[in-house]
Write a protein that binds this ligand. Structure first.
Ligand code: FES
Length: 118
């Protein structure tokens, strides 16, 4: 495991997730309430990139596709594919894959970059 520059600080706006590709990994990075969070970049449900259209809601990252939501502090699952409710295929689509937590990565700030330990 080593620290790698992921994104310049100037490219991050509060609560605006960004997609970052480091080697073979796709990550999502967001600045939320003074902390930099880095997670697996693809939604655990059907692999939508969370850095594209993901929203920070109550300290969680919500996928725009079916609104699966994970806590940013520990990656725990909050809600699995609840959308759309009517017609109720959101929950049916949710059953196509197993519920999972969102892997997190350690972050730090160095030399004008958010670095990720990977
Ligand atoms: S792909 Fe993210 S909630 Fe379905």
């Amino acid at each position: 495991m080593q620290w790698k520059n992921a994104i310049r600080l100037s490219k991050l706006k509060p609560d605006k997730p960004r997609m970052v590709i480091l080697g073979l990994k796709t990550l999502m990075i967001v600045h939320h309430e003074g902390k930099y969070h880095a997670t697996e970049g693809l939604c655990r449900h059907m692999r939508w990139p969370l850095g594209i259209g993901g929203k920070v809601v109550d300290g969680c990252i919500r996928c725009p596709l079916h609104q699966t939501t994970h806590c940013l502090d520990d990656g725990s699952l909050v809600e699995w594919s609840p959308f759309p409710l009517f017609p109720p295929y959101g929950r049916a689509v949710g059953k196509l894959s197993k519920k999972k937590d969102l892997p997190l990565y350690e972050t730090r700030v160095k030399d004008d970059y958010v670095q990720i330990r990977i």
